[in-house]
Design a protein around this ligand. Structure first.
Ligand code: G3P
Ligand code: CA
Length: 258
């Protein structure tokens, strides 16, 4: 879809009094390209969408690497725990697919460099528990400071761990912070949800369908993942979701034209 078409969709939505739905490419354009690979991010950054999402962990030698799982086993041709390997070993793991081979993990630094000129937003999920513990947030903030981005409104830190959100508040108070609730967390009280003073709240599509009245609760924007079907995208938009994370960003661009 062209930028013009996307803008038309936004104008139409505004005219109808509906807020614009922000589309985020989950793990890059992972529905079409290997998840969290340079190619998946490159393709997502070419689209007229709001942003990209990534997961970060720490290597044995203290580097912040973009990886979802605690190990390399599922997504690469190597095995082993991210926290037990040095970056020099991890960077050799091929995370490509048969169709898109020879893709390699990225450091957060490298992803930020690729992302920064795009004009999109980035949602960085700090993964816990991890061997680095609290050091992960410190290292993420250091990398952001190094890149001059520690107070950039296009950066959003997301996490399932209240402790991580709390630490981000003290380390980089100007950054947006989204607390993600687990699917098994049912009717959380206000104090439980806002424990770490997040600036946004996230939930899965499953939780959202079970508890639609939690969308937009406490006056905070709602981030919802992972929505890949057109009918669910339309449902999320109609029910007030603000930020939609999807593996299929082009499907989302078409869905919100209606
Ligand atoms: O964007 C939030 C979502 O990614 C959380 O779940 O397991 O895909 O990281 P997961
Ligand atoms: Ca994630």
């Amino acid at each position: 879809m062209s930028v013009e078409l996307q803008l038309d969709a936004q104008v139409k939505a505004d005219r109808e009094g509906r807020p614009t739905l922000k589309i985020v490419a989950h793990r890059g354009y992972s529905g079409k390209y290997p998840e969290l690979s340079p190619l998946a991010f490159e393709k997502a950054l070419e689209l007229p969408i709001h942003g990209i999402e990534c997961d970060v962990r720490m290597t044995r030698d203290g580097k912040v690497v973009v990886n979802h799982d605690a190990t390399l086993d599922r997504t690469s041709n190597r095995n082993g725990k991210v926290s037990a390997l040095d970056w020099a070993e991890i960077k050799l793991a091929d995370i490509g697919s048969d169709k898109h081979p020879k893709q390699y993990p990225m450091l957060l630094d490298e992803l930020l460099e690729m992302w920064e000129p795009s004009g999109q937003h980035i949602y960085i999920e700090t993964k816990h528990p991890g061997a680095g513990g609290d050091i992960l947030e410190e290292q993420v903030v250091l990398r952001l400071r190094y890149a001059g981005l520690a107070d950039d409104p296009r950066i959003h830190i997301i996490s399932f761990a209240h402790r991580a959100i709390r630490r981000m508040k003290s380390l980089a108070p100007d950054l947006d912070r989204i607390y993600l609730r687990r699917d098994w967390q049912r009717h959380l009280k206000k104090a439980e949800l806002l424990l770490s003073e997040p600036t946004g709240l996230g939930m899965s599509l499953l939780r959202g369908k079970l508890q639609p009245d939690a969308i937009g609760a406490h006056g905070l924007p709602t981030y919802m993942w992972t929505i890949d079907k057109t009918e669910d995208m339309k449902w999320a938009w109609a029910n007030g979701v603000d930020i939609l994370a999807t593996n299929q960003p082009e499907v989302a661009l078409h869905a919100i034209q209606m």
